[in-house]
Design a protein around this ligand. Structure first.
Ligand code: BDP
Length: 725
């Protein structure tokens, strides 16, 4: 008892030094899910009064301690000054190597830590010098940080402090955010204000927001961030920008987050420091090697490069008749001596010889066609980053056929958290069910159950990672809307564990963001869980896709047929005419189905065994095709649009019932967005029905309401100042 008290006294004094008073702030969403509101008296009775970190002090342990202190201040509603000696309780943070002699459970803890890897943690009750404590144990400081956040999450969810027992480790080593942030602070597909990175003021002026960004990500276990847009610029690799990135890296490091950069393939050429960007040219390889050395001198734990090459007009190795492996490997060799990696994107949809003699081209097959032959040709530190679906972040896509098809190459799953194609930050669409749908997709590769999650976790080949295109900006609430924070949260939780259920994650987020009261959690979670399907129904039902307004992707535009490339036009995707609608990806059409394992290919090849949700993705069918519901395809399509609008109305009504439980600011902001979502859902429905009625020449099914305006009206609507372009 006395020894422990001595340790605590030292911890307490240290805590006093660190203690920064917190001010109760308005509920404007800035605190995200780390609100640390006072707990109920019953819960509070069991909460530790003090924090003890064992072993040598490090910035990461300091970060964990500061977070615990901040949280305990908030959760207990008091400063830590009043240690109640009669009911002394403490939270002890110790790495396996630092477990103290007086710990009763030491050998059991060591045993468990053996299974928890570099980033895992263990939280349990134990006795130290005979006194009950809460122990957070891990093999590394990062584990201690994650364990501290996990413990705080449980407290915020309403679990009593003395009943928390946790053991967890991440399923993937690489869990990153991709910022599509430009150097002028605009954000490609960003709907939450400017970039949080104030490039102009960096590296001299450090916005405290960078620390809060790091805290939020560390609370989820995100351990990497790509600072800039995949459509990158040569300047990113100039000395001034490297210094700016280094300043951000310094802030993120204590939170276990490594910094990466998106690089433009032609950088050395554009900087006029080489005569070519050919990856096989020794001068080019030497340039990249020197550049990597330069970066690592300022950012010793730099993560590596993310590359978008030969995609949407970006330069790449194919400009020199080299392939993606040639390009990726050259960069990989530059960062390999520093243990860096290259994340090479597979988002390509046009081959170099694309216009191969007028042959019908299916954008959906291109990534697979270009990359599968390269399996086994990439260096060990190259990971190929694949979007969740083969087209482009649509409200619903079947899983990309590349998952599982490259067993010798580690793949990174790329999800889009920012809602470019799902209503920006205006529409409430919780993406949890969508990400889960992809991760759980059974590839049947090898004729056995093999989910997409299994393929990136290395259950079939090499271990990969996960990336999320961030929805984070400088808007006060970070994500443009409160409910868009849930998508950031959900992404981070699923990045840690792909087996987590999206509903469970929604419950966690709601409890921490609003209140653990069941009168809030149950209805809000129900609203969230139906939201993405509502969006699918009013925007892209039955497997339709890519029918959004040109370039900004806001609103319906299924009629667009005049864009430069055929596969940028909505009419290319839906192929609607008098005789039917949909894209034939069976053997009679592009045969994209053949890219899946035989069992899956067979299922998708037959409209009868294709899930209705993906029907028009794989099949072109007559309007009077009989659906499982007994309706014709046309009737079903119209019914789905109507259902989507009804869902938007229901979501709006459900939120209204939350008024007594939610603070005015967040309630009103959300209510306004839901009202606008309902209006836009109606617009999507009306414009789409008006158009498909026009091309099909069919009358509206009986009892269906006519679109409010003429097709010409919908076609005339323009959005010259839509955000995110
Ligand atoms: C598309 C976006 C575009 C991105 C591209 C990509 O519209 O802004 O640059 O994806 O992922 O969906 O590279």
């Amino acid at each position: 008892m006395h020894r422990l008290f001595g340790r605590l006294w030292a911890a307490f004094l240290f805590g006093m030094l660190l203690c920064i008073p917190t001010h109760a702030s308005a509920e404007d969403g800035y605190q995200l899910w780390l609100r640390y509101q006072p707990l109920s008296a019953a819960q509070r009775a069991h909460i530790p009064d003090s924090i003890l970190t064992l072993g040598a002090d490090t910035p990461m342990k300091g970060a964990a301690r500061a977070e615990l202190q901040r949280a305990l201040d908030g959760l207990t509603g008091k400063a830590p000054a009043s240690i109640d000696k009669a009911r002394l309780d403490t939270i002890v943070l110790a790495r396996g190597a630092d477990l103290p002699a007086g710990l009763d459970a030491a050998s059991a803890v060591r045993e468990q830590l053996r299974k928890l890897g570099d980033e895992g943690y263990l939280v349990r009750r134990a006795k130290l010098d005979g006194v009950a404590v809460t122990l957070v144990a891990a093999n590394t400081d990062a584990g201690l940080l994650y364990g501290s956040f996990a413990w705080l999450r449980q407290l915020q969810l309403g679990t009593r402090a003395d009943q928390i027992a946790l053991a967890s480790s991440p399923t993937l080593p690489l869990r990153v955010l991709n910022h599509w942030d430009n150097l002028d602070r605009t954000v490609e597909r960003g709907y939450a204000g400017e970039s949080i990175w104030n490039w102009w003021e960096l590296p001299h002026i450090i916005d405290p927001r960078y620390t809060d960004y790091a805290r939020a990500n560390a609370s989820l276990g995100i351990n990497g961030t790509v600072l800039n847009n995949v459509n990158s610029k040569a300047e990113v690799l100039g000395a001034p920008f490297i210094a700016k990135a280094a300043a951000i890296a310094d802030v993120l490091r204590p939170y276990g987050i490594r910094v990466f950069l998106s690089v433009r393939w032609s950088t050395p050429l554009e900087m006029k420091q080489t005569k070519t960007a050919d990856p096989l040219d020794p001068e080019v390889a030497a340039w990249w090697k020197n550049k990597a050395d330069e970066i690592y001198r300022t950012i010793p734990d730099f993560g590596g490069f993310l590359v978008k090459a030969n995609s949407e007009g970006q330069p790449g190795p194919q400009d020199y008749r080299r392939n993606h492996a040639d390009g990726a490997n050259m960069l990989a060799r530059a960062v390999a001596p520093h243990k860096g990696i290259v994340m090479w994107r597979a988002f390509v949809y046009a081959s170099p010889e694309e216009s191969k003699a007028g042959k019908e081209h299916d954008r959906a097959v291109e990534g697979y066609d270009q990359f599968i032959p390269l399996d086994g040709k990439f260096d060990d530190n190259v990971l190929v980053q694949v979007k969740n679906g083969a087209i482009d972040f649509q409200p619903r896509e079947p899983a990309h056929p590349m998952f599982g098809a490259m067993p010798k190459t580690p793949l990174i799953m790329e999800f889009q958290i920012t809602k470019e194609y799902l209503g920006f930050a205006t529409h409430l669409a919780y993406l949890g069910p969508m990400f889960q749908e992809t991760l759980e997709f059974d590839t049947r590769i090898g004729g056995r159950k093999l989910t997409v999650a299994d393929t990136i976790q290395g259950k079939q080949g090499r271990v990969g990672g996960i990336a999320g295109v961030a929805n984070i900006g400088s808007s006060r609430n970070w994500s443009g809307s409160i409910f868009d924070q849930a998508n950031w949260y959900m992404y981070g939780r699923m990045a840690w564990d792909q087996g987590l259920d999206s509903r469970v994650i929604a419950r966690e987020w709601t409890a921490q963001t609003f209140s653990p009261d069941a009168r809030v959690v149950d209805p809000v979670v129900n609203l969230m869980m139906r939201s993405r399907e509502a969006v699918v129904d009013y925007m892209t039902p039955l497997g339709l896709n890519h029918v959004m307004g040109s370039s900004h992707h806001h609103g319906p535009a299924p009629w667009v047929d005049n864009l430069e490339r055929a596969d940028w036009n909505p009419i290319y995707y839906h192929r609607a005419g008098r005789d039917g609608i949909g894209f034939d990806r069976t053997a009679k059409g592009s045969n994209a189905v053949a890219q899946y394992a035989p069992e899956v290919a067979r299922r998708f090849a037959d409209p009868k065994t294709t899930p209705p949700e993906l029907l028009l993705w794989f099949h072109r069918l007559p309007w009077d095709y009989k659906m499982p519901s007994g309706r014709t395809l046309w009737e079903e399509l119209v019914a789905r649009y109507d259902h989507g609008v009804a869902e938007a109305a229901a979501m709006q009504a459900e939120w209204q019932r939350m008024k007594p439980f939610v603070d005015a600011q967040r309630f009103t902001d959300t209510a306004q967005r839901l009202a606008q979502q309902h209006v836009e859902a109606q617009w999507w429905r009306d414009a789409s029905i008006a158009y498909f009625q026009d091309v099909s020449g069919l009358p509206l099914p009986a009892g269906v309401r006519k679109p409010a305006h003429s097709l010409d009206h919908y076609k005339s609507i323009r959005f010259p100042y839509a955000p995110g372009i």
